[in-house]
Write a new protein. Sequence first.
Length: 149
Amino acid sequence: MVLLRRVIGDALRARRQGQHRTLREVSSAANVSLGYLSEIERGQKEPSSELLAAICDALGARLSELLREVSDHVALAEQMPGVLVPVVEQPAEPTPVPAAAVRKATNRGVRQVTSDGAVAVQVRQDSPLKATLRSTRVRPKERDVVCAA
């Protein structure tokens, strides 16, 4: 299961790290405690809409951009069997994906790889209650986002 708070946290962390900024810098600019921002980024706390807007402002990002990114990530997860709902053990049908994504999918335990042309997604079932969802942008210079549920 993909938790929205984890996807939001990963998106915020990716933006902050992409700007080479520390938690301290962003927490100070957003007027939120460093510990609480850290918990949000790790997916342990779910921010209010006001706090999320303040963090986005501190990162120089639009709230709509962040929510669109999160929405796209969840939409891809919904298309993959077993990510948001349990699935009966069956071999996954191969889905055509870029060669770079296929090479990354050879890691142990990867159950399925799919792509919409801009993003490739792979799912690794770590245990019956934990799956790792990894999305990779097809454009090689973009950052990967990893979500565990």
